[in-house]
Design a protein around this ligand. Structure first.
Ligand code: SAM
Ligand code: DTB
Ligand code: SF4
Length: 336
């Protein structure tokens, strides 16, 4: 490993210089780093499931699930454990080997709903699927409980730069988010943290967000780059669409500054053509959310994504369970 590739001290001038390179030079550099640290023919497929929908107390300006905005989202209480396990089984049969459970909570509370989540996590692990959760803020103890139940990754986005955060959310602070990430790290779950582009922030805000993420030591294992899905009824419903070039530059820059992370091409894929998405995979994206729904908004059909994969010669990445099994079988055959 070249030590200089993995850094926790990027500054805004350096990142700006990378971001503003001639487009094809930028993509080439990102693709080169990508191929050094990853198998570039593999893309992780994660399936998202909203286990508790809408009615959230927070005021995140982008979010269709915030109770204070009038959106078309149907509020739904916590799903039953059996139903979630059934959905996980279906996702597995369709080809996903990672399941991400999302709840419209400000923070986790120590109540029966949290106990249910713990049972869901255990059940999904028994299906040999990797489990990720995104449930809002966590204390150290709650993080430990999730880790003990078998949660592999915790998603908690910082969303934008610290400077712009207050324009988007007022009901919690940037530091609240960072505290939870710290608790996730202490509990030894992997960190999935990224943000959203297209909320009216400047390019520098996007780059500062990448600096905050890359200053985490170690880097987040997974960095979702969402493009805003403007939802009617939210304060950001009329935001302008993000030019493709901006998304591509953002993905490539994230790949260069966090070489080992999984960079996830997250919300907003419906608005991108197959070729545009292919360009993102070239520039270092190596993970997607698949299935016809994100949490509450539409996403490409699973079969359409599988066609796209075969068109580009991509295949689904093995889950952490598959990798552990492969390692165990190599160890056994070495002993024989
Ligand atoms: N309530 C928890 C929280 O806020 O951490 C978990 C669920 S929340 C919906 C997860 C993430 O989805 C947010 O942090 C945000 O980055 C992303 N998100 C929500 N609404 C979005 C939208 N309209 N467009 C793009 N990303 C969105
Ligand atoms: C993430 O970064 N993107 C996903 C996941 N983490 C939980 C959520 C996207 C949500 C898009 C809006 C919706 O479907 O409600
Ligand atoms: Fe609630 Fe999460 Fe939506 Fe914010 S992003 S309103 S915390 S569900």
């Amino acid at each position: 490993m070249n030590r200089q590739d993995i850094r926790n001290d990027w500054n805004v001038e350096e990142i700006r210089e990378i971001y503003n390179k001639p487009l094809l030079d930028l993509v080439f550099e990102a693709a080169t780093i990508h191929r050094k640290y990853h198998n570039s023919s593999e893309v992780q497929i994660s399936s998202l499931l909203s286990i508790k929908t809408g009615g959230c107390k927070e005021d995140c300006a982008y979010c269709p699930q915030a109770a204070r905005y009038h959106t078309d989202v149907d509020v739904h209480k916590m799903m039953d454990v059996d139903k979630v396990l059934f959905k996980a089984q279906q996702a597995k049969e369709a080809g996903a080997n990672r399941m991400c459970l999302g709840a419209a909570w400000r923070e986790v509370r120590d109540n029966r709903d949290f106990d249910k989540v713990i049972d869901m996590v255990k059940g999904i692990n028994e299906l040999d699927m990797e489990v990720c959760c995104t449930l809002g803020m966590l204390t150290e103890e709650q993080a430990q409980k999730l880790a003990n139940a078998g949660v592999y990754a915790y998603n908690h986005n910082i969303d934008t730069s610290e400077d712009y955060y207050g324009d988007i959310i007022s009901t919690r602070t940037y530091n609240d988010r960072l505290d939870t990430l710290n608790n996730v790290r202490k509990a030894k779950m992997t960190i999935c943290s990224g943000g959203i582009i297209g909320m009216g922030e400047s390019i520098d805000d996007r780059l500062k967000m990448l600096i905050t993420l890359s200053n985490l030591n170690p880097h987040p294992e997974s960095v979702p780059i969402n493009t805003l899905v403007p939802v009617k009824g939210t304060p950001l419903e009329d935001q302008e669409a993000v030019p493709f070039e901006d998304l591509l530059r953002m993905i490539a820059t994230a790949r260069i500054v966090m070489p080992k992370a999984m960079v996830r091409l997250s919300a907003g894929r419906l608005e991108r053509s197959r070729m545009e998405q292919g360009f993102c995979f070239m520039a270092g994206a190596n993970s997607i959310f698949a299935g016809d729904k994100l949490l509450t908004t539409p996403n490409p059909e699973f079969n359409q994504d599988m066609d796209m994969f075969s068109f580009f010669g991509l295949k689904a990445m093995p889950s952490i369970h598959d990798k552990r099994k492969q390692e165990a079988s190599v160890e056994t055959s070495n002993k024989v």
